[in-house]
Design a protein around this ligand. Structure first.
Ligand SMILES: [Zn+2]
Ligand SMILES: [Zn+2]
Ligand SMILES: [Zn+2]
Length: 714
């Protein structure tokens, strides 16, 4: 008898032993196992002739499905790097902890013999249908479709006219027309050539495809994918931020390739996921477009990855299983020795730095398609502007807007904060209205108050909870809805649109908005970062950024970098066609260095400045960070655990800095108190960190989260 060590998709510290009864086990095989009372699917990690387990071992049931060796290696690497449980990558791979049911087969009814002389009308109907129809139908489907009772079909099977047979369903992915007559520009041809050289090297080659908005990056990586497909090299994964996985993108894909790609993202139904999952496992799915979770699909032979919008925050998963999808994709390419393309109009500092230091190849596409030119950027100094009480559009911006409207051009007003106002303050006692469960202020949304951290809602209070005065509370600050109202007041005849997640909730609403914008049915669009990408305004010549300082005061490591990216993305919306655009940035600190570089959209200049300050603080990319978050409903338990961790830190030397413990920036969320410790080092610390945390005793009411390469400092 054989024994197997099985990795199970649960939060357990190690793999579990099982018996393997029939046949020869293989590493990577998916097996059905029981853990306690639950059954899950696990993967065989090791085959052994003995076991140390003293009790009676349960058995593992073979499934006949196998995880490729390379994929198994990748899962192991990701778990170790992120200090996750051994089953967490597998958990991300499976659908609800199981190998999903393969729906590409079904038990269809087929003809068996036709020699019956006397058949009833009902039976004849069934026979006729089966003779002329090739589409497989199950018993139930057939009965329903032909409106015959199920007993008719049952007797026909018994009498041997027809039988049930397992048939494979053919997936019709090809579409009729395949129009791809786009002629590449010289710039695109050059970029494509460079990517193809990397592909032909058959080695790990990370590439930064650094192209301004409108330079035609997508067409370039599509053509590179054509090469992979034509040469039948293996499977392709295109990762996109979840929000960009729109019907428009899929349609664009279909137009180029002439077939439908397999999609994969968290909002898909279980059966849609199951379908992609099995096609990926069997290798039939040549191309998958997915959000970060698609990285954990059971690829048979992955040979090319594109990470589109590589700078996007959503590649970082910050729930239970914390990992950076972009970085893990790079590791995946490294393990498989193939080419990965990181595409962006506004690359992250980290990727850009990797290109500057020759770790990545950099392909620059600096020219926009056609006649489009980059917009001018002007600062508006808010210290010398008087927008009026509770108004946020400066007189300067207002006069430019008026001018633009009169010319019949479109304008975009950007503010990355939805709702009416960020804060409710009492005029009498200064009370600030905060969430009862979190250490944050509630946000005003119409006639409601909402907590953006826990989702708690309550009606707009009429009296101040502190001083009990009536009508003393007022909404302070600004959100998109308030700007929308301010503009309606100034321009009652203009067609003004509002695009934020409160207003645009579905893909259809977004599609409708895109149509309105493209058909020139909107004069002024007010929106959050959801308008920073994807919208093509033909006549957009003015972009106003209401609060260009937003984000600069925030504690995130990448705050400055992201402000730069976001503003340049929004700026990139202007003048995409023939008309020249102008961008106005409202700021209370126009002398801030970031604006010197934003004025000329000088990304490299800004990055060099930012790198200097990172170097000075010994922050990434010059060091590695790990954030340890210590959480408990009991404030003292959390604090004690945090202190114990710091005291128990194994070795202090020059290359390691332990910062904290300190209360997290938002100390309380959903009634849970949070302390944080930052570990900064110039060497890889994964083993030490794991041992350190495991060996520090903490009380049961404390939970410790580890975030490797955190994006926020908590
Ligand atoms: Zn809100
Ligand atoms: Zn009050
Ligand atoms: Zn809350």
């Amino acid at each position: 008898m054989k024994f197997v060590k099985v990795i199970v998709p649960l939060y357990l510290p190690k793999a579990l032993d099982y018996q393997y009864l029939d046949g020869q086990p293989k590493i990577g095989e998916f097996v059905k196992v029981n853990v306690g009372k639950a059954f899950v699917h696990g993967v065989i990690a090791e085959i052994k002739n003995t076991t140390d387990y003293s009790g009676k071992l349960k058995s593992a049931t073979p499934t006949g499905f196998y995880l490729a060796e390379e994929t198994l290696k990748f899962f192991d690497w990701v778990n170790r790097y992120n200090i996750a449980f051994p089953g967490e990558s597998l958990r991300a791979c499976l659908v609800a902890n199981k190998v999903p049911e393969d729906k590409s087969y079904k038990d269809a009814i087929v003809l068996k013999r036709l020699d019956a002389d006397k058949v009833t009308k009902q039976r004849q109907k069934v026979l006729d249908f089966l003779m002329h129809n090739k589409e497989p139908h199950t018993k139930a489907e057939l009965a329903k479709r032909l409106e015959v009772s199920s007993s008719v079909i049952k007797t026909m099977i018994e009498k041997g006219f027809i039988k049930e047979k397992e048939v494979k369903l053919v997936d019709s992915v090809s579409i009729e027309q395949h129009v791809d007559d786009i002629t590449l520009t010289d710039q695109q041809i050059h970029a494509l050539g460079s990517i193809c050289t990397s592909i032909d090297s058959n080695a790990f080659s990370p590439i930064l495809l650094d192209g301004v908005t409108g330079s035609g990056k997508t067409e370039v990586f599509f053509k590179a994918m054509d090469k992979i497909l034509q040469e039948d090299r293996g499977q392709i994964l295109v990762l996109v931020p979840e929000i960009s996985l729109t019907p428009q993108l899929l349609e664009r894909f279909e137009t180029h390739f002439g077939f439908k790609p397999y999609g994969y993202h968290s909002n898909m139904t279980g059966s849609a996921k199951a379908k992609t999952w099995h096609k990926v496992l069997s290798g039939e799915a040549k191309v998958v477009i997915g959000a970060r979770s698609a990285l954990f699909l059971p690829f048979k032979s992955l040979r090319f990855i594109v990470v589109d919008e590589e700078h996007d925050n959503s590649y970082k998963q910050e729930d239970n299983f914390k990992y950076n999808g972009r970085d893990m994709a790079i590791v995946r390419a490294k393990l498989g020795n193939f080419t990965i393309v990181l595409a962006s109009a506004t690359p992250s500092l980290q990727t850009w730095y990797n290109a500057q230091t020759q770790r990545f190849k950099q392909i620059i596409m600096a020219n926009r398609y056609g006649n489009a030119t980059l917009p001018d950027v002007c600062m508006i100094d808010m210290k010398s502007e008087k927008p009026g009480t509770d108004k946020f559009i400066s007189p300067s911006l207002k006069s430019k807007l008026t001018e633009n409207l009169e010319k019949g051009n479109q304008s975009l007003i950007f503010l990355n904060r939805r709702g009416n106002a960020p804060l409710l303050i009492c005029r009498t006692c200064g009370h600030r209205h905060s969430c009862p469960s979190c250490d944050v202020y509630m946000v005003v949304h119409g006639n409601k108050m909402v907590c953006h951290h826990c989702g708690f809602k309550e009606p707009f209070p009429e009296t101040c909870p502190d001083c009990k005065k009536d009508d003393s509370l007022f909404a302070f600050g600004v959100g998109t809805r308030k700007i929308f109202q301010e503009l309606q007041e100034y321009y009652p005849n203009a067609r003004i649109g509002l695009a934020d997640t409160d207003n645009i909730k579905t893909n259809n609403q977004m599609a409708e908005l895109i149509k309105q914008v493209e058909n020139n049915e909107i004069d002024i669009l007010v929106g959050t970062q959801m308008i920073a990408k994807g919208l093509n305004f033909k006549d957009l010549t003015l972009v106003g950024v209401v609060d260009a300082d937003m984000g600069l005061n925030n504690s995130d490591l990448r705050a400055g970098e992201q402000t730069f990216q976001l503003i340049s993305q929004v700026a990139g919306r202007a003048g995409r066609y023939d008309k020249k655009g102008t961008v106005y940035l409202q700021s209370y600190m126009p002398e801030h260095e970031i604006f010197d570089h934003l004025k000329t959209l000088d990304r490299d200049g800004y990055f060099n400045l930012e790198l200097k300050s990172r170097k000075f603080g010994n922050m990434p990319p010059f060091s590695k960070l790990a954030a340890i978050l210590i959480k408990s409903k009991n404030q003292h338990s959390a604090q004690r655990a945090a202190m114990a961790l710091v005291q128990n830190f194994p070795h202090h030397n020059e290359s390691i800095d332990v910062l904290g413990p300190a209360p997290a920036t938002i100390f309380k969320v959903r009634d849970i108190y949070r302390f944080r410790i930052l570990v900064k080092s110039t060497i890889n610390l994964h083993k030490e960190l794991k041992h350190w945390i495991a060996s520090t005793p903490v009380t049961n009411d404390v939970r410790i989260d580890i975030d490797i390469d955190p994006q926020t400092l908590y």
